[in-house]
Design a protein around this ligand. Sequence first.
Ligand SMILES: Nc1ncnc2c1ncn2[C@@H]1O[C@H](COP(=O)(O)OP(=O)(O)OP(=O)(O)O)[C@@H](O)[C@H]1O
Length: 262
Amino acid sequence: MDTTPLLQVAGVSLEYVAGSRVVRATHRVSFDLHAGERLVLLGPSGCGKSSLLKAMGGFLAPREGHITLGGAPVTGPGPDRVMVFQEFDQLPPWKTVKHNVMFPLLASGRAGRAEAEQRALRVLQQVGLAHFADAHPHMLSGGMKQRVAIARALAMQPRILLMDEPFAALDALTRRRMQQELLALWAQVRCSLVFVTHSIEEALVVGHRIVLLSPHPGRVRAELHAHEFDLDSVGSPAFQAQAQRIHHLLFEETAQPETAAA
Ligand SMILES: Nc1ncnc2c1ncn2[C@@H]1O[C@H](COP(=O)(O)OP(=O)(O)OP(=O)(O)O)[C@@H](O)[C@H]1O
């Protein structure tokens, strides 16, 4: 793995202004993302995980601190960073599955029609939905819709895939299967991934590294390695011990910020 960070989040505070009220979502958060790394942002509801993804996506400018991608400041959205959301309705319902996948390629000018179609069919094959290319989203299950959203993101061949609790609305079995599929897909494409969750187990399975955020406004409480864990290690003593440790760090209100390696 390259040692120069691909993305740097340095001392980033994020705020929302609603009338005269200012809501601070994160306070001086710093972490790096390396090329080909799977990084998880884990923390309780409201700690600013989604806000950090928005900022990395270029949709929210830091109030203080800065975000750089390949050494250049992030000043807005770009096709090098794509987002996958939790909601099943992120696919325009009037477009077929194939056209949903082709749309960002065409809209961003990344590909002409023939290449967009070719890429769409290839990624749909990768996510096991080649037979549903001409179906409309309402004909798909929640898991299938999320597969289309992932295919649409991967078709863009982004440098960074930003995923905001993509499996949180799925039943437990489907969620497990989707985690497995995501890891298999990642092994093929090896793009950099930032994955937001508030599930400790999911964080350990998906992440090479976990940035643990404290409650609102989010601060970095700890950084932990999770390279050694996958779906097969769920339930093992080492997995349980690391899950316990994270649980303790998340819920121990008096704990001081620390940097910890597993
Ligand atoms: N558009 C907005 N306007 C005002 N405040 C906002 C807005 N979006 C988020 N916030 C506030 O910023 C804080 C962080 O929200 P954010 O959604 O980033 O947290 P989160 O960790 O992703 O939460 P969850 O896990 O519940 O999705 C919260 O206090 C939230 O109320």
